[in-house]
Design a protein around this ligand. Structure first.
Ligand code: NDP
Ligand code: 8X3
Length: 249
């Protein structure tokens, strides 16, 4: 039987690259996102094994309607890749916009919880797999990471807790924690600041979305008795810079 993956946030970056990889390997893929034109284009590129589903992950009713409307050949989901997400802003907490904080929590946490809860019964029935896109920011604090990093720490802990809840049911759950990766992520975070994008990625030989897609597919290709709990992945060019100390006088 041809397995099916539902990948949220397939209009760009990791999600689009993962959709391409899974279809290339013979899977059926449901790709989601708000930008319908991009899902249509991906459908034209990938053919009949790709099905787009347009909804905003923060709109629970729209998510349920879109999944209920899936064609019969795309209703049995084996793998859920919770990838849709975003960072907004790089300012430290006192200068950050509360509305940005709320959007990150609504998207990265509440949206992910809604679709996970909705699909859980069939993922249990099918002994499926959930892959959550967390981040190195879940482990390694940096100034300006504040709420974005906290949402990603939630995902990591939620992934581990879900594993515990689903003990004995054969469901696999992984938290992927990538570091610097070149995608639209930084343009979204900086409201389209191309100079910030160029400064961050210039000369860095950052991870590419295809690197993450390879990782996602590798996790999904493990035999059913193997669970990758968490997987942190960085470009060779990235490492840690230690603590900061403020001194008086
Ligand atoms: P991109 O900005 O390239 O892609 C983000 C995807 O999320 C888009 O397809 C977008 O679709 C979707 N999305 C965002 N908000 C919503 C929403 N409200 N409803 C539906 N879909 C939404 O970023 P990446 O591919 O780099 O990031 C993918 C994930 O990986 C994110 O969760 C990010 O936090 C995480 N990550 C990224 C890293 C990086 O360095 N790039 C490192 C570590 C983790 P659309 O706009 O069409 O709705
Ligand atoms: C994205 C990686 O370091 O910009 O999750 O937070 S980082």
């Amino acid at each position: 039987m041809q397995p099916t993956a539902l990948i949220t946030g397939a209009t760009s970056g990791f999600g689009a690259a993962s959709a391409r990889r899974f279809v290339r390997e013979g899977w059926k893929v449901i790709g989601t996102g708000r930008r319908a034109d991009r899902l249509t284009a991906l459908g034209h590129e990938l053919g009949d094994n790709f099905q787009g589903a347009v909804f905003d992950v923060t709109d629970e009713a729209a998510m349920k309607n879109a999944l209920d409307a899936l064609p019969s050949g795309f209703r049995d989901i084996d793998v859920l890749v919770n990838n849709a997400g975003l960072a907004l802003g790089t300012a430290p907490a006192p200068q950050a916009a509360l509305s940005d904080w709320r959007t990150m929590v609504d998207t990265n946490i509440s949206g992910l919880l809604s679709i996970t809860h909705h699909l859980l019964p069939q993922l249990i029935e099918r002994r499926g797999l959930i892959i959550n896109l967390s981040s190195v920011a879940a482990h390694w604090p940096y100034s300006g990471g504040n709420v974005y990093a906290a949402t990603k720490a939630f995902l990591r802990q939620f992934s581990l807790g879900l594993r515990s809840d689903l003990h004995g049911k054969g469901v696999r759950i992984t938290s992927i924690e990538p570091g610097l990766c070149e995608s639209e992520f930084t343009l979204v975070r900086t409201s389209g600041n191309q100079a910030a994008y160029d400064a961050l990625y210039g000369g860095a030989h950052a991870l590419q979305p295809e690197d993450i897609a390879n990782t996602v597919f590798w996790i999904a290709s493990q035999p059913p008795h193997v669970n990758i709990n968490s997987l942190e992945i960085m470009p060779v060019s990235q490492s840690w810079a230690g603590f900061q100390v403020h001194r008086e006088g």
